[in-house]
Design a protein around this ligand. Structure first.
Ligand SMILES: Cc1cc2nc3c(=O)[nH]c(=O)nc-3n(C[C@H](O)[C@H](O)[C@H](O)COP(=O)(O)OP(=O)(O)OC[C@H]3O[C@@H](n4cnc5c(N)ncnc54)[C@H](O)[C@@H]3O)c2cc1C
Length: 828
């Protein structure tokens, strides 16, 4: 191993570590220092940052220090913008330079498709209020004269990119935190973590025991080990990464001031100025993991010998794109380790069942994201809420399935190797799959299913029935699955479709205190026995925490149904509010599954299997019955997400496969067809139904999302009521609307901006082609004042400006007659 030079700016070791703090932050990298700073900013000054050796001693000291705001998640992007903007304040408060070079950055497009994506990214930058602009290849190489523009289609310049001194930035954060009251304790490894009966943590360190209300795991390369001390196995792992620094380059030396950073997306390299030379970093397609469980405790500030053969394919492309590199010497190689998660975003927040433990780890882009993580954690500790929708970096977005070493290694390897590749919206990546399947998986495969993945579970997206060998080809526009989805949609609208609902999460709440607890937890009124209801769940600030449906099975037994991938997220919230006694809460998700069967023929299919009367009179809309369906005892709810007459039939998991066979047999002469997620997305948009993580998230409120119609404002004492009442009286700032978009080859997608006369007036949350109504549709949030402004709206769809119109009502069955089955003469 190669050892580093001495670290500048030594911070004095605090002589006496106290034995009690309100918060102990474990780890003095850029992230831990930012968490400590943000805690002091939010008024918590009884904070100790405890570092094993020296500040920066994990990944932070050898980072290239580059930063940028762009991220595929808009909310994380906004937080990255916050991170970049905060460095000036950190410099001021600490009195230390962070070595900031706001050089701007150029992204190069080497293919026509990438060029299209950069145009779409430009629209995104304008939405974020960034003055980015497109350039010709010639303009790019004029700005950075060492670029060879051959083969380029164009480039995008973003003025809010740059680089800084990672050491300086980490120490500046630590100093700013100290000036606000935090203590920084060096050379003191945390050895063990023990939860105490009173809810505090005992922290055993090399220099004695400490008790704290909160512990924050900012352990970087060691974070998985630190998590295990507390009983949680975080899905993160170190991987190796190279950059080289050249001797002086005359063309660079000739540039006065900063030189724009360059990312060659097709070339897998990034480049930035380093003195009068350059730094070239490589994201190779053959990555290497290192110490999957975390670095050894005695790992110092060490680098690894360069592995040029392994990165040669990408390096060669870099040397062609920047030919001067073939002529200048290489001054230094850096091959260091930093952590990755399966999707490359951080792991932040509390963990269900570990009160007072906070994750602030898995941060791959520490210098773009440190303040984002620090702010979210500090807000969460102080307010019980991160302050915004941060699900994209929430530790709860991965379940226990992601802890498996093999899964972790495959998915993180996949992320690293694809870091600069185009991520198609409909692309299904293979790593770690299939991990979890339902009993119908093989039947679905035989039916030509194309699968996606939801929290580790294989879910059918579309059934290419009768098209042997069909594969969906990833694209930025409409894929070759488009006509098949049209067939599935038509089957539902004219006959019947069966959609697997294994991907609904289900929680059973029972006991003498169940009613009272749910009454407080949910903003809607609770249903009578044998009925179900949509039940928005709010936080104290009146923001959405769930779009659950609640089913009352008997006086003291309820089922809550929600999104599959939110299981840890919801359980964390439930447990936070659970009383000590009187309520039994169980996550029964994997124990029950089934099908949503909907369409005008759905009743006749159910009639063939059910042992009870399922007519409209006996089994009306929004009721629930326990009945035999075929050979299984099932719980059947009368509702659908497609807008048709429909039933959700759930059975114990072991009967799921049997149910499929019986349904198919019963539906054979009624036109029943299996349908996947794509068709459901289309069907719900034709009805303007929202779903979680698109229309409904923690960023929105009942008034914005239209879920206020399910809120029982006159019900006393539910969480978030005061805020919900304030919003009801004052009006929501924006509203969810349905748009028809004049799109031709691609639909609008989440976060596409909506413009009116050059002003941003909203953004799309989801889009799909409405095959039955023949319209490209999008659900979107639009500013309240603009709701009436029908003419003149435009939306950027994959970079192309399209006109759009507000639809005053859903284009399909706006009154819900088919859903309720109240059309005279309609098939019963
Ligand atoms: C070659 C390379 C180039 C990079 N370039 C960039 C770049 O340009 N831009 C960018 O944003 N990111 C870059 N990164 C990534 C960046 O380095 C990381 O995102 C960042 O450093 C993570 O910071 P951290 O605070 O989470 O972790 P770390 O820096 O690893 O800090 C964790 C700290 O916790 C301490 N610790 C761990 N366990 C304990 C314990 N039990 N008790 C006490 N202390 C403990 C460690 O000693 C360590 O100091 C690069 C990484 C590499 C390897």
């Amino acid at each position: 191993m190669v050892h580093s030079p001495a670290v500048p700016f030594p911070i004095p070791v605090v002589p006496n570590v106290r034995d009690r703090y309100q918060v102990v932050v474990i780890g003095g990298g850029i992230v831990g220092c930012s968490v400590a700073y943000h805690l002091t900013l939010r008024g918590i000054t009884d904070v100790a940052l405890i570092e094993r050796t020296e500040l920066t001693a994990g990944s932070s000291w050898h980072a290239a220090g580059g930063f940028h705001a762009i991220n595929s998640d808009m909310r994380i992007a906004a937080l990255q913008k916050y991170t970049i903007g905060l460095y000036a304040q950190i410099e001021r408060e600490s009195g230390r330079s962070v070595g900031m070079h706001m050089s701007g950055g150029i992204e190069l497009a080497g293919t026509a498709e990438r060029w299209r994506l950069l145009k779409s990214e430009l629209a995104w930058h304008h939405m974020m209020g960034t003055d980015a602009y497109l350039m010709t290849p010639g303009e790019a190489s004029e700005m950075v004269p060492i670029i060879d523009p051959a083969g380029l289609e164009g480039a995008l310049f973003d003025p809010h990119e740059g680089n800084l001194d990672p050491n300086g930035a980490t120490h500046a954060y630590a100093d700013a935190a100290r000036k606000r009251g935090a203590e920084v304790v060096l050379h003191n490894r945390v050895i063990s973590l023990t939860p105490l009966p009173g809810g505090e943590w005992r922290i055993e360190t090399e220099r004695g025991e400490i008790t704290a209300e909160h512990i924050v795991n900012a352990g970087g390369l060691w974070a998985r080990k630190v998590g295990r001390m507390a009983g949680i196995d975080h899905p993160l792992t170190p991987m190796l990464h190279h950059y080289l620094v050249t001797e002086d380059v005359p063309q660079v030396a000739a540039i006065e001031g900063d030189m724009a950073a360059v990312t060659d997306l097709e070339g897998f390299t990034y480049l930035q100025r380093e003195g009068n030379g350059v730094l070239l970093g490589v994201y190779e397609r053959n990555p290497r993991h290192w110490k999957i469980e975390g670095a050894d405790w005695d790992f110092g500030m060490e680098l690894f010998p360069e592995e040029i053969d392994r990165i040669l394919p990408e390096l060669s492309i870099g040397f062609e794109r920047f030919p001067v590199l073939q002529e200048v010497g290489i001054k230094r190689w850096v091959n260091g380790a930093f952590t990755f998660t399966p999707d490359g975003n951080p792991l932040v927040g509390p963990v269900a069942g570990l009160a007072g433990y906070w994750a602030a780890c898995g941060v791959m882009a520490g210098f773009s994201q440190c303040a984002a993580v620090g702010l979210a954690v500090a807000n969460w500790i102080v307010d019980g809420d991160p302050g915004d929708d941060v699900f994209g970096m929430d530790v709860a977005r991965f379940g226990p399935y992601a802890r498996d070493d093999r899964y972790l290694s495959e998915t993180t390897g996949q992320f690293y190797a694809r870091r600069f590749l185009i991520a198609y919206p409909d692309e299904q990546l293979p790593a770690g799959r299939p991990l979890k399947t339902t009993p119908c998986y093989d039947d679905f495969r035989a039916e030509g299913a194309v699968f996606g993945v939801n929290w580790g579970l294989e879910v059918p997206l579309v059934f290419a029935t009768g098209r042997p060998g069909f594969e969906e080809i990833p694209t930025l526009g409409r894929s070759n699955a488009f006509p098949i989805v049209a067939e599935e949609v038509e089957a539902v609208r004219t006959a019947a479709g069966a959609f697997e609902i294994a991907q609904y999460a289900r929680y059973e709440v029972s006991g003498g205190g169940a009613h009272a607890w749910l009454d407080r937890l949910l903003s809607s009124r609770l249903p009578e026995v044998g009925r179900l209801r949509l039940a928005p769940m709010l936080n104290e600030a009146g923001r959405l925490m769930g779009d659950l449906s609640v089913t009352r099975l008997d006086e003291h037994r309820f089922w809550l149904t929600g999104s599959y991938y939110l299981q840890d997220w919801h359980m964390r919230w439930f447990r936070r509010h659970l009383p000590r006694a009187g309520v039994d809460l169980r996550n029964i998700t994997d124990g029950w599954m089934g099908f949503s069967v909907s369409g005008p023929a759905s009743r006749e299919i159910l009639e063939r299997l059910a042992d009870v009367d399922v007519s409209n009179e006996a089994f009306p809309f929004l009721t629930v019955r326990s009945m035999d369906v075929g050979t299984s005892r099932a719980v059947v709810g009368r509702l659908s997400l497609t807008g048709e007459l429909g039933y959700e039939i759930v059975v114990p998991a072991g009967r799921h496969g049997t149910l499929l066979h019986e349904l198919r047999e019963a539906g054979e002469h009624s036109g029943l067809r299996l349908i996947g997620d794509y068709a459901v997305d289309c069907l719900r948009l034709e009805k303007a139904y929202g779903i979680w993580n698109a229309e409904f998230t923690q960023a929105y409120t009942p008034g914005m999302s239209g879920l206020d119609r399910f809120v029982a404002f006159d019900k006393e004492g539910f969480i978030g009521r005061d805020a919900a009442l304030r919003e009801r009286d004052g009006g929501a700032a924006r509203r969810l609307v349905l748009l028809e978009v004049d799109a031709t080859d691609a639909e609008a997608a989440g976060d596409d901006g909506i413009w009116l006369d050059g002003r941003l007036v909203g953004f799309v949350t989801s889009g799909a082609y409405g095959h039955h109504v023949g319209k490209s549709l999008a659900l979107a949030y639009v500013d309240r004042e603009q709701i009436e402004a029908t003419p003149g709206l435009t939306v950027y769809v994959v970079g192309e400006q399209r006109t759009a119109r507000l639809l005053p009502e859903p284009p399909y069955d706006p009154k819900g007659d088919r859903l309720r089955d109240v059309v005279p003469g309609h098939m019963r």
